[in-house]
Ligand binder design. Structure first.
Ligand SMILES: Nc1ncnc2c1ncn2[C@@H]1O[C@H](COP(=O)(O)OP(=O)(O)OP(=O)(O)O)[C@@H](O)[C@H]1O
Length: 334
């Protein structure tokens, strides 16, 4: 093997698995994805997060060569999907949010079918299918017809289906949709361990920040076709802290609109929101007040004056709820 070949193979290994440069997609006057720049490194688990209609699926379709960018470029495993869709397809496994299987055929048959479509010999297909059914935890159901599978089992089978061609990158569109909390936890753990064991690059699209952050190395926050922030949870939190605002969390026996309005009138209060993932605390209601300075005593006074029964008050660092709220609902609305 000549030096130049060796160099170029090493260069390819060093290249990010996914490179998006000024990637843009317009439908008529509407821009669904606007000049997206993003690198995803090999072996990384990346979460593409955003509310409905943010442009996540459109981005994925451009990455797969299933829709053409209006401008800009994507390179997936070194290939441009707009020109080399087949080469990209060979290296990338895609699990859409509504994967179709042959419902009247067994899980094993479905996997063997996919493997055969990808040019894998029948013996190899069988052995890979059995290994993957084992890994995804549904081996005992391999002879069951897929039509009888639960949503969680289908998603596990979907993972096995994308993995059967030994992809370098897997793209999972809302993989946890419609699965119960325990099933979500198990599925995410499975994705995480598959990625770690095999050095797989994973792109996961979701609108559940809480779920995704459990396994993602980095997340990108996508709003109205634009990537408004990108990084690990800690650095996103630090960016918000650097903006100089202070978060005060309060717990009250009752939270009323009148109380919220009184707090909003305090000079220096920037934003107030109820904690979105307050897990049904029955003792008190939790809210976060974003201020441009430390307004702890003014807030306490206002709550006490309104007889709302202040149960607790503390200054807090930015957590996931705050990141979600500040980036998606405040910045996204600008
Ligand atoms: N073929 C199309 N023609 C016109 N507009 C489209 C088309 N496909 C998508 N859009 C629009 O582009 C925007 C982004 O859609 P996309 O499906 O990429 O969002 P998403 O982030 O995946 O949302 P969701 O979480 O709801 O799946 C939406 O406003 C959608 O209506």
């Amino acid at each position: 093997m000549g030096t130049s070949v060796v160099t170029s193979i090493h260069a390819a290994q060093d290249q990010p698995a996914v490179q998006l440069v000024d990637l843009t997609k317009s439908y008529g006057d509407y821009t669904a994805v606007h000049q997206l720049n993003l690198n995803i490194h090999r072996g990384e688990i990346f979460g593409l997060l955003g509310p409905n209609g943010a442009g996540k699926t459109t981005t994925i379709l451009m990455m797969l060569g299933l829709t053409e960018p209006s401008s800009g470029q994507a390179r997936i495993c070194g290939f441009d999907p707009a020109r080399n869709a087949l080469k990209v397809k060979r290296r990338v496994g895609y699990l859409p949010d509504d994967i179709g299987f042959y419902e009247d055929r067994t899980a094993l048959d479905n996997l063997i079918y996919t493997a055969r479509l990808n040019g894998i010999s029948i013996d190899e297909a069988k052995s890979r299918a059995e290994i993957l059914l084992e890994k995804t935890g549904i081996v005992e159901h391999m002879h069951k017809k897929v039509g009888a599978f639960s949503r969680g089992m289908r998603q596990r089978l979907g993972l096995a289906d994308v993995l059967i061609k030994n992809p370098e990158v897997i793209i999972l569109d809302e993989p946890t949709l419609g699965i119960d909390p325990e099933g979500v936890r198990e599925l995410l753990q499975l994705i995480s361990s598959l990625s770690r064991d095999q050095g797989l690059t994973v792109l996961l699209s979701s609108h559940h920040l809480h779920q995704v952050q459990q396994i993602c190395d980095r997340v990108g926050l996508f709003v109205q076709g634009k990537l408004i922030a990108c990084g690990d949870i800690q650095s996103l939190s630090n960016q918000l802290n650097d903006e100089g605002s202070i978060n005060i969390e309060v717990g009250t026996a009752v939270w009323t609109e009148a109380l919220q309005a009184s707090i909003a009138q305090i000079e220096g209060v920037l934003d107030i929101y109820r904690n979105p993932d307050d897990k049904g605390n029955e003792e008190y209601d939790l809210a976060t007040i974003v201020c441009d300075r430390d307004l702890t005593s003014q807030i306490a006074e206002t709550i006490i004056r309104s007889h709302a029964n202040l149960v607790y008050l503390r200054r807090k660092d930015y957590g996931l709820d705050d990141i979600y709220h500040r980036y998606f609902e405040r910045k996204g609305a600008r």
